[in-house]
Write a protein that binds this ligand. Structure first.
Ligand code: SF4
Length: 566
């Protein structure tokens, strides 16, 4: 039986009423006590999951568990609504990077190259994008909700005149339109126009914001990045780079920034170097980019990375390096960038992402060997680690799942009909190929676990005899405070379940995670740099003041704005 909706309402201190509606409108109810486990009530189909009821506020909606696709059916037999649910669950079952930044100084095609750079950085954020150009007198901006390719046409890029430009792509999960928070953000100061594109998260932004508001500052967005602009505008320093340094010396947390003034491009990384930022050259112009894949796309050379705590000022064709912070802070590069945020063709802090992921797969194979007929990646997140695992274990690598890469995010499409079609063509299993096979299924992480439940179920339905899941990172047990959009701890399956419970939940024959020690040793050997692994170890390098810090997502929540800014 398929249920259209379910609702759980508190009817007393420890009593709940579950109401479910059938397709033709008939209702069924069931009383529940807390603490309870819903043991697949006879009229509901598993998988069915309730969170700790004491933490739920009544009345609340369950996440339509009854329409989650049963794990025993392949994708091509699911209904359109089941596929849509699956797609949404897959998106929710990942960490998300917040932003990518790009900048170019001294090129006749500045805005066009910035457009291409943002195109290459699209994986770092798909919710909004923007470009600001400088013609040495004023800044010209265009920001919009949506993808880079949907936002910028030739007419808009031609309007973004000037030899200098910065751009930004941003991710956010908060519902509705959030144009107000799109970047780069711009201001006219007494020192001239300033625009900022920021990747990261400032952990003391709320405290500074309250302080500034108490002194009369008016904020136009809920983004923590705007704090930087206010600090800069209020600085008593004379030169813009000194004002910028004044501003960043007040903030704590993660930032990789590209800032445009009337004549200069300024870039900086926080003293811990959480987020990447590279410097390139193209036709004599300087280029700044979150990842080197954007430099490759525009044909720029990769010169070096901006160092942790370094500020670079590019003006009149020259680059000046300033190191305003004493180097007492250790480097803490975000290891998640390597594990799955960054594009595999990027080089971060001097090491290729793809090669590093393969190495993690090799270490994983040594830590969790198992007899199997083939190693299968979860597409595309597990590709490189699966290859490393297969090479180390001497087991053939194969793809049992096919993913269509040319399908854009389904919710952007305007009609339900197109959405359903696009989700349907996105995944499929190769039937008749897995019959009786023992598989090692490799992915880079498990966040909520919902995706793996479906994939394991689909592979079993396609005939796999054994499925051994291997994860190329340690259990993800904590949220990120440094610029990555993460679920709360309670939503992380590794925070609330043991490894054996997770194995049971996802329906695998065995489950093995890369050890924290194995990950750290690999980082020390390959990267030779300090890393942040807070979401695995719960050891956070920059202290978080939880009494003042905003939840990550609320930093990006703003009033609805319907129109594209022009
Ligand atoms: S907590 Fe995790 S996601 Fe956040 S910076 Fe550290 S390693 Fe990266």
């Amino acid at each position: 039986m398929r249920l259209v909706s379910t609702r759980l309402a508190a009817t007393g201190p420890s009593r709940f009423l579950l109401t479910a509606r059938k397709p033709l409108g008939a209702m069924m109810t069931r009383s529940l006590k807390t603490p309870f486990e819903l043991k697949t009530p006879s009229k509901l189909k598993a998988p069915f999951e309730l969170k700790t009821p004491s933490k739920l506020k009544a009345p609340f909606e369950l996440k339509a568990p009854s329409i989650l696709p049963p794990a025993s059916r392949p994708f091509d037999r699911l209904s359109a609504s089941e596929l849509e649910t699956l797609e949404q669950a897959h998106r929710a079952d990942r960490f998300h990077d917040h932003c990518g930044v790009f900048g170019i100084h001294g090129h006749d095609e500045a805005s066009h190259l910035t457009y291409l750079g943002l195109y290459a950085l699209q994986h770092r954020g798909q919710e909004s994008c923007g470009i600001v150009s400088s013609n040495a007198k004023e800044h010209i901006a265009h920001r919009a909700m949506g993808l880079v390719s949907d936002t910028f046409g030739a007419e808009i890029l031609d309007r973004l005149k000037g030899r200098h430009a910065i751009g930004h792509v941003r991710y956010s999960t908060a519902g509705g339109s959030m144009l107000r928070n799109a970047q780069p953000i711009c201001a006219n100061t007494d020192g001239g126009p300033v625009s900022i594109a920021h990747n990261g998260n400032l952990v003391n932004a709320t405290v500074i914001r309250r302080e500034l508001e108490g002194r009369g500052a008016i904020f136009g967005s809920t983004s923590d990045s705007e704090v930087l602009l206010h600090l800069l505008a209020r600085s008593r320093e004379r030169h813009m780079e000194d004002r910028f340094i004044d501003a960043i010396s007040r903030v704590k947390g993660a930032y990789s920034i590209a800032m445009l003034t009337d004549d200069a491009l300024i870039a900086a990384r926080d003293p811990h170097g959480f987020r990447p930022l590279s410097i390139g050259r193209k036709d004599g112009a300087y280029v700044i980019s979150s990842e080197t894949c954007a430099l490759d796309l525009i044909g720029a050379t990769h010169e070096r990375d901006v160092d942790p705590g370094e500020v670079v000022v590019i003006r009149r064709g020259r680059l000046r390096s300033i190191r305003p912070f004493s180097r007492e802070a250790d480097e803490h590069f975000c290891i998640m960038e390597y594990i799955y945020f960054a594009r595999p063709d990027s080089n971060l802090i001097g090491h290729n992402v793809y090669a590093y992921r393969k190495e993690l797969g090799r270490v994983l194979a040594r830590e969790h060997a198992v007899g199997a007929d083939m190693v299968v990646p979860v597409l595309d997140s597990g590709n490189a680690a699966a290859l490393g695992y297969a090479e180390e274990a001497g087991i053939p690598y194969d793809t049992a799942l096919i993913r269509n890469h040319y399908v854009s995010r389904s919710f952007i499409e305007p009609t339900q009909k197109i959405r359903d079609f696009k989700v349907r063509v996105k995944h499929n299993a190769i039937r008749g190929f897995l019959e009786g096979k023992r598989l090692v299924l490799v992915d880079d992480s498990i966040i909520r676990g919902t995706t793996l439940v479906k994939i394991v179920g689909m592979l079993r339905a396609a005939g796999a005899r054994e499925i051994h899941v291997r994860i190329s990172s340690p259990p993800t047990t904590g949220p990120c405070h440094y610029g990555i959009d993460t679920p709360t701890s309670d939503e992380l399956i590794a925070h609330t379940h043991t490894i054996e419970e997770i194995r049971e939940r996802i329906g695998a024959d065995s489950l093995g995670y890369l050890s924290l020690d194995g990950m750290r040793r690999t980082a020390a050997k390959e990267l030779k740099r300090g890393i942040c692994d807070g979401c695995f170890s719960n050891e956070y390098p920059v202290e978080i003041d939880t009494s003042h810090s905003m939840p990550q997502l609320t930093l990006f929540r703003a009033v609805n704005e319907e129109e594209t800014e022009r």
